[in-house]
Design a protein around this ligand. Structure first.
Ligand SMILES: Nc1ncnc2c1ncn2[C@@H]1O[C@H](COP(=O)(O)OP(=O)(O)OP(=O)(O)O)[C@@H](O)[C@H]1O
Ligand SMILES: [Mg+2]
Length: 452
C-alpha cells in the first residue's frame, strides 16, 4: 500500500515543496510553507472524476449561451454586490473580520431565500442552538431553513447531494475537515481540498454555495490564495467595528461588476440596508477644521462622499511616520514625494497621518487630490473653504488626472449641498451644475492656490 507523503504547502500560492524552506520556491513568499501529510487516495482517488461523463469538443458558436437566471436574496444591498442575485451552481466566498456580521447577513439572506425554495445552513463554528438563538434575535423565521451542525466534508457533501438545496451556506470553510487528509482543519491543504470538493458539487448539482472565510491579521482571506481562484465570486465585509456601518464589497465576480458596494447598518435586529449612503462618511464638524477635505468617490454605480482627514506634526524620531487608515499607504508616500518635488512642500521632518472617516476603505487613485489638500490644510493649520469637495488622481509628474464618472460625482455633491469643487480640468462638466462653483486644476502646484 502506498504511504502518506509529507509535503510542504505554500499558504500564499498553494504550491508544494518536498522539504521545508524559508521561502516558497514558486512565489518567493517568506515563511509561508506549512507541513502537511497528503494521503495517497487524495491524489489518485475517484473523487477527481471529470464533471460530465464525456464531453466532445464543440464549436463555440454552436453552444447556446443562456442568460444566467438570478435568484435575488431579497436583501437589496446584498443583491447589488452580487450583481443582481445568486446564480445556480455559483460559489461565493465571503470574508471579513471576526464579529463583523458574516453569519448574521447570511442567516438573514437564507431566511429570505427559503420562501422560494429549500436552503441549508451548515454551521461548523457555532452550535445549532446558537444559530437558533440568533435567528430568534433577528426575528427571522426558521421555518424553511434546514440546519446542519457538521464539520466533516464527506457528511456535508452527502447532505448537499441528497437534499439538493437551492442555496447552502458553509459557516465557515476553515472549520471543515476532510477524512481523506490527515492535516488539521484550517490548514492550507484542508481548506484547499474542501473548497475544491464543494465547488465540484456546486457545479454538478447546481446548488449555489456561499462559503464564509476567515481573514488573517492583515485583512486578507486566510488559507491558500488558490481559494480565491476556485470560487466564482469573492466578497469582503469591511467596516469599523466601533461604528455600526458595514460595507460588503465585491473583489471578484464572474457574474457581475466588481467594486459594487453594499452598505448596511448593524442593529440589534441584524443588518439593515442603507439605500442612500452618500452622506454617511462625512464627519459633520460644527465648525471648519484644518486637515479635512471631502472627496467624492465612485463605488460601483454609486457616488459616495467621504471625508479624508490628515494630521501633519513635527516628527521626534529620525524616521518620520507615514500612516494611513482606509487609504493606500504606498500612495501616501508617493503623494508626499510629488508634493515635495513639484510643489516644494517638504514633509521629511514631519509625521503624516491620513484617515478615511467611518472605517471606509478607498482604493481608487482619485482620492489623491483630497488627500493632498487635507495634508496642506493640516500643515498650514488653515481650514479649507466650507462646502468644498475635491477628487482627482495625482501623477508622478505632478499632473492631475481625471477620475472616471466625474459628472455623477459632482451632481451628488451638489445634491448634498456642496458649493465648491476642485477637479481635474478634464472633469469640468460641459454644462454648469446648479449651486456648484467648479475650479479646474492642471498641476499639483495649482492645488496650493486653493488654500490661499
Ligand atoms: N444583541 C445585539 N445587539 C446588537 N448587535 C448585536 C447583538 N448581538 C450581536 N450583535 C452584533 O453582531 C455581531 C456578530 O455578528 P456575527 O456573529 O454575524 O459575526 P461573524 O462575522 O459571523 O463573526 P465570526 O467571525 O465570529 O463568526 C457582533 O459583533 C455585534 O456587532
Ligand atoms: Mg460567524
Amino acid at each position: 500500500m502506498a504511504k502518506a507523503r509529507t509535503l510542504f504547502l505554500c499558504s500564499d500560492c498553494g504550491g508544494t515543496a518536498a522539504k521545508w524552506e524559508g521561502r516558497c520556491p514558486h512565489c518567493g513568499a517568506w515563511n509561508t510553507l506549512q507541513e502537511t501529510r497528503e494521503s495517497p487516495t487524495a491524489a489518485s482517488g475517484h473523487r477527481y472524476a471529470p464533471l460530465a461523463a464525456s464531453t466532445p469538443v464543440r464549436r463555440l458558436a454552436d453552444i447556446e449561451a443562456r442568460e444566467q437566471a438570478r435568484n435575488p436574496t431579497g436583501i437589496e444591498e446584498f443583491d447589488r454586490v452580487l450583481g443582481g442575485g445568486l446564480v445556480a451552481g455559483a460559489v461565493v466566498l465571503i470574508g471579513g473580520d471576526p464579529g463583523i456580521g458574516k453569519s448574521t447577513l447570511l442567516l438573514q439572506a437564507l431566511a429570505s431565500l427559503s420562501e422560494r425554495g429549500p436552503v441549508l445552513y451548515v454551521t461548523g463554528e457555532e452550535s445549532a442552538e446558537q444559530v437558533a438563538l440568533r435567528a430568534q434575535r433577528l426575528g427571522v423565521s426558521g421555518d424553511g431553513v434546514d440546519l446542519l451542525a457538521e464539520i466533516r466534508l464527506e457528511q456535508i457533501t452527502q447532505a448537499l447531494v441528497e437534499r439538493q438545496p437551492g442555496v447552502a451556506v458553509i459557516d465557515s470553510i476553515q472549520t471543515l475537515y476532510s477524512g481523506e487528509l490527515t492535516a488539521a482543519p484550517g490548514s492550507v491543504s484542508q481548506v484547499r481540498e474542501c473548497a475544491a470538493q464543494l465547488t465540484r458539487i456546486a457545479k454538478q448539482t447546481g446548488v449555489t454555495l456561499i462559503l464564509i472565510g476567515h481573514v488573517t491579521k492583515d485583512g486578507a482571506l486566510a488559507g491558500p490564495r488558490v481559494l480565491e481562484h476556485i470560487v466564482d465570486t469573492v466578497l469582503y465585509f469591511e467596516g469599523d467595528t466601533h461604528s455600526s456601518f458595514r460595507l460588503v464589497r465585491a473583489i471578484k465576480n464572474r457574474f457581475g461588476a466588481v467594486n459594487e458596494l453594499g452598505v448596511f447598518a448593524m442593529t440589534d435586529r441584524g443588518l439593515r440596508g442603507v439605500s442612500n449612503p452618500s452622506a454617511l462618511f462625512l464627519a459633520g464638524h460644527s465648525r471648519d477644521v484644518a486637515g479635512s477635505c471631502v472627496m467624492a468617490t465612485q463605488e460601483g454605480t454609486r457616488p459616495l462622499l467621504v471625508e479624508v482627514q490628515a494630521l501633519v506634526d513635527t516628527a521626534h524620531v529620525p524616521n518620520p511616520r507615514r500612516l494611513s487608515v482606509g487609504l493606500e499607504s504606498s500612495r501616501l508616500a508617493m503623494l508626499l514625494a510629488v508634493l515635495h518635488r513639484h510643489a516644494g512642500v517638504a514633509t521629511y521632518d514631519q509625521d503624516v497621518f491620513v484617515n478615511a472617516v467611518g472605517g471606509v476603505r478607498i482604493m481608487e487613485p482619485a482620492a489623491d487630490l483630497a488627500v493632498a489638500l487635507a495634508i496642506l490644510s493640516s500643515m498650514r493649520d488653515r481650514p479649507l473653504p466650507a462646502g468644498l469637495l475635491a477628487f482627482g488622481e495625482i501623477g508622478l509628474a505632478g499632473e492631475i488626472r481625471p477620475a472616471p464618472r466625474g459628472q455623477e460625482r459632482l451632481r451628488e455633491a451638489a445634491k448634498l449641498g456642496f458649493e465648491q469643487a476642485v477637479v481635474p480640468r478634464a472633469n469640468l462638466p460641459r454644462q454648469p451644475i446648479e449651486g456648484l462653483i467648479i475650479r479646474a486644476v492642471d498641476r499639483v502646484e495649482d492645488v496650493l492656490g486653493v488654500l490661499s
